[in-house]
Design a protein around this ligand. Structure first.
Ligand SMILES: C[S@@+](CC[C@H](N)C(=O)[O-])C[C@H]1O[C@@H](n2cnc3c(N)ncnc32)[C@H](O)[C@@H]1O
Length: 348
């Protein structure tokens, strides 16, 4: 039998199988080094062409020796290349880390690797013991309270969310015909980007954007940019208290997974109240839908972040059906698992 290198994820390791779990630490070492390089805008320099550590050091004002070690580590992990001539270059895995790259992920990366999202991992055992986010133990407040109280942290979050639209939008439109409906509410719809896209694609539809007052305060501009402002009503609300009525479809995207079952069920109850006796109305949830036991699904790992940071959770179909059922809904489609699954429910 030919010898094959031992590998855990991206990382080749010289360890017997029963010790290979130690290779997981390579992810920490890589991430720490890469964050330092991204903060120093090294990818921006490499976007202008391959460079030696000395050249990058001169352009970024960093120490060439230390820089070389970090570059070498990140290249070993396959995120840059290191040439025989000592020059480092971007790979497809790192081009998105260049400032202002089209479809870039620099702000997303800086958010996800920010100390506010590292520190909860020092004590996930707190979540294990209490079921509460370890974030609260680390910072003495919830994630949302923290990002409100710390404008710099809030700005890191806001910038990351701007990069969160990704191609998800197209997949949803491929899978679902919003043209079936006349009036569509986007509950927790942020500043209205997705609702504006629905209305742009379906000129006969009208829409209602329901989100927190501070979030919708300048949402009108989103609709004006898409030339659909005349077909939208913006409703500042607390969705735990009231969701506006009179719509044929109630859409809620990537919001329920931020909340535990009790809170998520409460939001769904408010939507059910808004629907009232209209049996033709639909609840449309776009969110993570986990695959079954034993199947690979990155959502099962993202769920750890939901637990440790937010106190929310990712859900499989049974869990979605349970909270939706408790709020007065029955599943009406066969959703495809993944992080942009669309679950259609009818009121019962
Ligand atoms: C993760 S964001 C998702 C935004 C958008 N649906 C998307 O997919 O990009 C969650 C949204 O829930 C809103 N939200 C949080 N608490 C709320 C509340 N009590 N009432 C109404 N909206 C709320 C936030 O303002 C935010 O826009």
């Amino acid at each position: 039998m030919p010898e094959t290198p031992n590998k855990v994820g991206h990382f080749e390791v010289d360890l017997p199988p029963e010790k290979q779990v130690l290779a997981l630490f390579a992810a920490k070492w890589t991430l720490g080094a890469l964050r330092a390089l991204v903060e120093a805008k090294v990818p921006d320099v490499l976007a202008r062409g391959p460079r030696t550590a000395a050249e990058i050091g001169a352009e970024t004002g960093t120490r060439a020796d230390t820089l070389y070690r970090l570059l070498r580590a990140v290249a070993a992990a396959g995120i840059l290349t290191e040439g025989a001539d000592g020059r480092f270059a971007l790979t497809t895995a790192s081009t998105g880390l260049v400032s202002g790259a089209p479809d870039g992920i620099r702000d997303m990366f800086l958010f996800a690797s920010d100390p506010m999202l590292w520190r909860p991992y020092e004590n996930v055992a707190h979540s294990l013991r209490t079921g509460r986010p370890s974030f609260e133990e680390a910072f003495g407040m919830s994630f949302y309270e923290y990002t409100k109280a710390n404008p710099a942290g809030g700005a890191v979050l806001d910038r990351a969310m701007q990069q969160n639209q990704y191609p998800a939008t197209d997949v949803i439109f491929e899978r679902f015909d919003f043209g079936r409906f006349g009036r569509i509410a986007d509950v927790g719809g942020g500043r209205g980007q997705f609702l504006a896209e629905i209305l742009r694609r379906h000129p006969h539809c009208t829409g209602v954007l329901a989100d927190q007052p501070q979030t919708v305060a300048d949402a009108k501009a989103t609709f004006e940019d898409e030339d659909v402002a005349g077909r939208v009503t913006i409703v500042p609300t607390d969705f735990f208290v009231e969701v506006p009525g009179g719509c044929d479809a109630y859409f809620i995207k990537h919001t329920l997974h931020n909340w535990d079952d009790d809170k998520a069920e409460l939001i769904l109850r408010r939507i059910r109240e808004a629907i009232g006796d209209d049996r033709d109305a639909r609840l449309l949830i776009v969110d993570q839908l986990l695959r079954g036991p034993g199947e690979w699904d990155i959502g099962k790992l993202i769920d750890v972040e939901a637990l440790a940071v937010l106190g929310g959770r990712e859900r499989g179909l049974d869990e979605w059906n349970r909270i939706a059922g408790a709020a007065g809904f029955a599943i009406a489609n066969e959703p495809v698992p993944g992080n942009i699954a669309l679950l259609e429910y009818r009121p019962v």
